[in-house]
Design a protein around this ligand. Structure first.
Ligand SMILES: Nc1ncnc2c1ncn2[C@@H]1O[C@H](COP(=O)(O)OP(=O)(O)OP(=O)(O)O)[C@@H](O)[C@H]1O
Ligand SMILES: O=C(O)c1ccc[n+]([C@@H]2O[C@H](COP(=O)([O-])O)[C@@H](O)[C@H]2O)c1
Length: 189
């Protein structure tokens, strides 16, 4: 039996905020592995996101130097919106022996009431909520909240800096930054 942390996300692009919360939760909850699961179609983001193949490649580059980190691409194979309910249902049936912990930042803790079939979902997986600047960890749902030193970094911030021609070095792994440069995505110039 393994204890597996799941960090679902759009990863558009992945950044050190994602890696920071994943490693903090892994150590504090003594998890064996963290699985990063990129969404195909994020349930609540209206604006179009970068194509999944780029996000997947960047995510693989971001996690590759940590032996506890893995990428699981199961959501990319599923049509339609990437609801966590469907993902958790599939994972619990494929890995019935393992304990799953779904990690979310404060923005998603606040948004939890709007998640698809949330009343069932919270009984299917353990939710771990972590601090994120600008958001609380208050919720009526059974979420275990961990106060983690907050890092005020988001994918939006990085995309905006790229659009403005500003530096992004140190906000994300060098390999991901180089991928963005080589593929000239997010308006890189
Ligand atoms: N700096 C951060 N601190 C805490 N949690 C974070 C941080 N960045 C991302 N997360 C969490 O990681 C998960 C995936 O986030 P996501 O890939 O959407 O990144 P994002 O930075 O929020 O993106 P965007 O700015 O495009 O909305 C979410 O649960 C989110 O709350
Ligand atoms: O299932 C839902 O209704 C739902 C609504 C909002 C977010 N999520 C999941 O929460 C994770 C973080 O979402 P995001 O959009 O911040 O990348 C990602 O795995 C999403 O699929 C899931």
């Amino acid at each position: 039996m393994k204890k597996i942390g799941i960090l679902g996300g759009t990863f558009n692009p992945p950044h050190i905020g994602h890696l920071w919360i994943a490693e903090e939760v892994r150590i504090r909850k003594q998890l064996d592995e963290i699985w990063f699961i990129p969404t195909r179609t994020p349930p609540h983001k209206d604006t179009s996101v970068l194509e999944a193949s780029h996000r997947l490649r960047m995510l693989r580059l971001a996690v590759r130097d940590n032996p506890h980190f893995h990428v699981n691409a199961l959501e990319l194979e599923r049509e339609g919106k990437s609801y966590t309910y469907d993902t958790v249902r599939d994972l619990t049936s494929s890995y019935p022996e393992d304990d799953l912990y779904f990690i979310i930042g404060g923005d998603m803790v606040e948004y939890l009431p709007k998640w698809y079939r949330v009343d069932e979902l919270v009984h299917m997986v353990r939710f771990i909520g972590v601090s994120r600047p600008g958001y609380t960890l208050e919720t009526v749902y059974p979420v275990e909240c961990l106060e983690i030193h907050p890092l005020d970094i988001s994918s939006t911030f990085i995309r905006n800096r790229l659009e403005d021609g500003e530096l992004i070095r140190y906000l994300l792994p060098d390999d991901v930054m180089n991928y963005i440069k080589e593929n000239q995505i997010y308006g890189y110039r």
